[in-house]
Structures are given as structure tokens and as C-alpha cells.
Design a protein around this ligand. Structure first.
Ligand code: PGA
Length: 248
């Protein structure tokens, strides 16, 4: 299975534009096949409306960009995993570097992953180093291990890991496919240590960070990768379609 996940982040600025983007995606997205899953993660405010628009076509799955880590009503401004599920969400990004930059640590990210899985949805766990200094591999291993330590073997069916080096996210510089695959192997090693060989082969590892329709071919061909997490280019129906096309 390959995953192509569009993270709209805090865009578009208005519902009118979000509606247009949704319409454009529905018109332009290739039909896809069973081996490719396309997921879009709109801003929370548009989620339900986007979800209702995409549901009849059935070729796009609804995702969310974040979730609160506990089901406590006294959490002003937050959204629970149960609320996301009730809104038709099936995949939830946790640990995106733009959330971690606001102070979210590995312990919180791990609790979010647990909350998502407990509600029967799937987690898209984002991990990645801020620079390739002498500690970057330890940093990456710790990000993955801290979440895996709270999960059981059967939870892995509901886990996708997106390797997103922070220096490549929202920048002009994507990682190379070789670099992304080295990190994917590192991530699979962590899975292997905790859950064994079969689990490490099965787990989906994606790449994210400045993926575009221009560099997608090499990521689509990379055998260690199971898809991509796309920010900016997912908000252009034409570009996103070409990215999907590369996997078909
Ligand atoms: P980008 O964002 O594609 O705009 O670099 C990727 C992401 O944040 O997931």
C-alpha cells in the first residue's frame, strides 16, 4: 500500500477557497486503485464540510492534522479523538514538526497516538531531525521508540510513520531519495527491535518535506518508502494529481 497524504495546514484562508480546492481535487484526482490511498487533512474548521463533499466519490479519505491527547472536557480549544472519529476522520497526523515547535514533546505525541488508536483511527506519526548533526540518528530513534513503547503489536496496523526532516519541511530543499531511505531503514530498525522482523517490513514509512510534482518520481520509485506526506503541493489540485499519478 502507498499513502499520499495532503496536509493543508492553516490554508486556504476562507471556506469559499476550501470549497473550490475540494471541488478541483474531486474533478482532477486520478481514479486511483486499491494499492494507493489518498488522504487529505484540511483545517479543523473545514473538516466536516470537506468530508461530506468527498464522501460520495470514495477516492479520498479524510484525515486530521492534530488531536488532543486526552478525553477531558475541560480542554478549551482542543478537539478529542472521539470528536474526530465522529466527524468522519480515519487518519490523524500526530507529532508534526510544526506542532512540536510549539512545545509538544515525545511523551505528549505518544499519548496522542494512543488516543487515536483507542478510537479506532490510524496514526500518521511524524518524526525527523532539525539538522544532520552528530546526534541526528539518536534523535530520530528516540522519537520513534517513545511512541512504540506505548503501543502493542496489534496497534501497528493503525500506524503509519512519516519521516519529515525539519530542514526539508516548508523549505525549498527536499531530502534525496537515498537520504530518506536511510532514515526509513533506521525507523524500520526501531520497529524491528520492539516488534520483530515481520512488523518492520510491514510498517508503512513515508517521506515528507518539499515534495512536489517535479521531484516525486524518485520518491515514488524508492523501494523503502510507502508514499509521501505533502504540504504546499497538496493545495494545488493539478500538482497533487501529478504526485498521485506517480504512484499509479
Ligand atoms: P511541505 O510540507 O510539503 O510544504 O514541505 C510538508 C509537511 O509539513 O508535511
Amino acid at each position: 500500500m502507498h499513502y499520499i497524504i495532503g496536509n493543508w495546514k492553516m490554508a486556504p484562508a476562507t471556506w469559499v477557497k476550501a470549497k473550490k480546492l475540494t471541488r478541483d481535487l474531486l474533478e482532477q484526482l486520478p481514479a486511483g486503485d486499491d494499492a494507493v490511498r489518498v488522504i487529505v487533512c484540511p483545517p479543523l474548521l473545514y473538516q466536516r464540510l470537506v468530508g461530506e463533499a468527498i464522501a460520495p466519490a470514495g477516492n479520498i479519505v479524510l484525515g486530521a492534522q492534530d488531536v488532543h491527547f486526552e478525553a477531558v472536557e475541560a480542554s478549551t480549544g482542543e478537539i478529542s479523538a472521539a470528536q474526530l472519529r465522529d466527524s468522519g476522520v480515519t487518519y490523524v497526523i500526530v507529532g508534526h514538526s510544526e506542532r512540536r515547535a510549539l512545545g509538544e514533546d515525545n511523551a505528549v505525541v505518544a499519548k496522542k497516538a494512543q488516543a487515536v488508536i483507542a478510537e479506532g483511527m490510524s496514526v500518521v506519526l511524524c518524526v525527523g531531525e532539525s539538522s544532520r548533526d552528530e546526534h541526528w540518528q539518536d534523535f530520530l530513534v528516540e522519537e520513534v521508540a517513545s511512541v512504540l513503547s506505548l503501543l502493542a503489536a496489534e496497534d501497528l496496523e493503525r500506524l503509519v510513520i512519516a519521516y519529515e526532516p525539519i530542514w526539508a519541511v516548508g523549505s525549498a530543499e527536499a531530502d534525496t531519495p537515498e537520504g530518506a531511505q536511510t532514515s526509513a531503514r533506521l525507523i524500520r530498525n526501531v520497529v524491528r527491535e520492539r516488534f520483530g522482523e515481520e512488523a518492520s517490513e510491514k510498517i508503512a514509512v513515508l517521506y515528507g518535506g518539499s515534495v512536489t510534482e517535479k521531484n516525486i518520481e524518485s520518491f515514488a520509485e524508492a523501494s523503502e518508502l510507502n508514499g509521501v506526506l505533502v504540504g504546499r503541493a497538496s493545495r494545488d489540485a493539478g500538482q497533487f494529481s501529478l504526485i498521485i499519478q506517480a504512484f499509479l
